[in-house]
Design a protein around this ligand. Structure first.
Ligand SMILES: [Zn+2]
Length: 503
């Protein structure tokens, strides 16, 4: 019958022309069914509960949160990383105490701790040693000059660098090179106007937590100072001065060493070739603890629950893990919950320096973190427009009635302020998938890093849709034929070309 032949034709046509659309919406429908709002609510209410005392790095409460995440991995069929028998990556930290005394004297000229210089690391020392003034103290310069037994004085950072972030990032390397070359201390002359000196003193001056350097069995490093050179031309003074040696004194308590954990899980991909490539899905699970000077026993109004920041993101990674382990995509997945984001992106930084999967096999990092939301019709992708995965992220958001928008406040440099930058810097394309943020307005500031960021203040219809769209974006990216790279001209493109050996 013509009618039935016509129907057959329609079915055939729909199969031929609409398969991608059908399968796309089928994925979204499947995710809607499988990623339940109950799971999302459970995970956010649990991780942001008062009993976790704000999930501060180094606390027993954060350790329990890490156990919860690992147990979720274990009971949802997620593997440990190849060659590891645990989901935990132990990250070594040190609690640095403010030095009791710090003075460096070149002849009659005396420089004082936290006025003229700050101590970058925990190494202490008291000695009289000759000094040498170099340009930048590059590896080459340090190996060409005789710096054995000397205090090395250089400009901050390396040639061509001008931002404080770069200075911080390069500092550890330079210290390592100086130590290798036999120097006894490193003094960098800090002279950028991008960061006021007093800000640096406040940030580095008191007690603080940093990554522990040198590993478990190696000896420590050398004392490393940044000296304020914005006021006076110290370099000119030192070069002209008669003094050949300096009296160096930096004394104080030894730092306390402790461990905190990154939690890492793996889902193997289904494609025999593409499974050697990994999509990294990450969220930090730490937060900023409790209000200093709170009364005992502590009550709810003194606890930074960190529901938006970042129990939501952690719940997103947990949801993606559960769904993708049951519906594995072509590429393999790394699920990561980072510690110590709030104190300087330290957990992700440690993983990037000590990866459990070779970095060149990690083709993309979709990070999930944010300050909060003020628009429940949007997803804000910090890094939209910077990698080739825009179509996947936009379509994923749209499938759940949301619109993906780019960073509304580029002047705040949010891209370089979350864990994604630990990987971007290595060349891995790495946006952060945030909740709908259109401006840093009253709504955002009411919750952002405030004790008001509690689980009962969240719109779970919205957050569930947002998390479902994150899972779909991850699935789409992991199933792409080609891994998405940086857009041409991006500041991290060069690092990517080098990492992946692209021509
Ligand atoms: Zn935060």
């Amino acid at each position: 019958m013509p009618t039935s032949r016509f129907t057959t034709l329609l079915i055939l046509l729909s199969l031929i022309f609409s398969t991608p659309i059908l399968s796309q919406s089928a994925d979204a429908d499947h995710i809607k069914e499988a990623v339940s709002q109950a799971d999302v609510e459970f995970n956010i209410y649990f991780l942001a509960a008062d009993e976790f005392l704000g999930r501060d790095t180094g606390t027993q409460e954060l350790k329990i949160a890490s156990r919860y995440i690992a147990t979720w991995f274990q009971t949802n069929g997620i593997e440990t990383a190849p060659g590891y028998d645990s989901y935990f990556q132990n990250v070594p930290f040190q609690r640095l105490r403010e030095p009791d005394r710090g003075v460096v004297a070149f002849g009659d000229s005396t420089f004082t701790l936290n006025r003229d210089f700050v101590a970058l690391n925990s190494e202490r020392g008291s000695f009289d040693a000759p000094f040498i003034v170099l340009e930048y103290g590059s590896r080459e310069e340090l190996s060409e000059q005789n710096v054995e037994g000397k205090i090395v004085i250089t400009a901050t950072g390396l040639e061509g660098q001008s931002s404080p972030q770069q200075f911080f990032y390069t500092a550890g390397q330079k210290r390592e090179w100086a130590k290798e070359a036999g120097a006894v201390a490193l003094i960098e002359l800090f002279s950028t106007r991008q960061l006021p000196w007093q800000f640096l003193v406040n940030f580095l001056g008191g007690d603080r937590v940093a990554l522990y350097e040198g590993g478990d069995n190696e000896e420590g490093s050398i004392p490393h100072l940044w000296m304020n050179a914005t006021q006076a031309d110290i370099k000119g003074f030192l070069t002209a001065s008669d003094a050949e040696s300096a009296d160096f004194e930096l004394i104080g308590e030894e730092p306390e060493k402790f461990y905190s954990r990154n939690v890492i899980g793996i889902i193997e991909g289904t494609d025999p070739e593409l499974k050697d490539e990994y999509l990294l899905l990450s969220a930090h699970y730490d937060h900023i603890g409790v209000v200093a000077g709170h009364p005992e026993p502590i009550t709810s109004e003194y606890i930074f629950n960190g529901a938006r920041d970042n129990a939501v993101g952690t719940a997103g990674v947990l949801a993606a893990g559960k769904y993708l382990s049951q519906n594995p995509p072509k590429r393999s997945i790394i699920l990561a919950a980072w510690t110590a984001e709030e104190i300087g992106l330290l957990g992700s930084n440690y993983f990037a320096e000590n990866p459990m999967i070779p970095l060149e096999q990690i083709v993309y990092n979709l990070n999930i973190d944010g300050a909060g939301y003020n628009d429940t019709t949007k997803v804000t992708v910090i890094g939209l427009g910077r990698t080739e995965a825009d179509p996947e992220m936009k379509a994923a958001a749209e499938s759940f009635g949301l619109e993906a928008i780019p960073d509304p406040v580029p002047e705040q440099n949010l891209f370089d302020r979350s864990d994604n930058v630990s990987f971007a810097r290595q060349g891995i394309p790495a946006p952060t998938y945030s909740m709908g943020l259109t401006a840093f307005d009253e709504e955002i500031n009411y919750y952002y890093h405030q004790v008001t960021d509690e689980p009962h203040t969240i719109n779970y219809n919205y957050v569930t849709a947002y998390i479902r769209s994150f899972v779909l974006a991850a699935q789409k990216i992991a199933n792409r034929d080609e891994a998405p790279f940086w857009m041409p001209g991006d500041v991290y493109e060069e690092a990517g070309i080098e990492l992946y050996n692209r021509q």
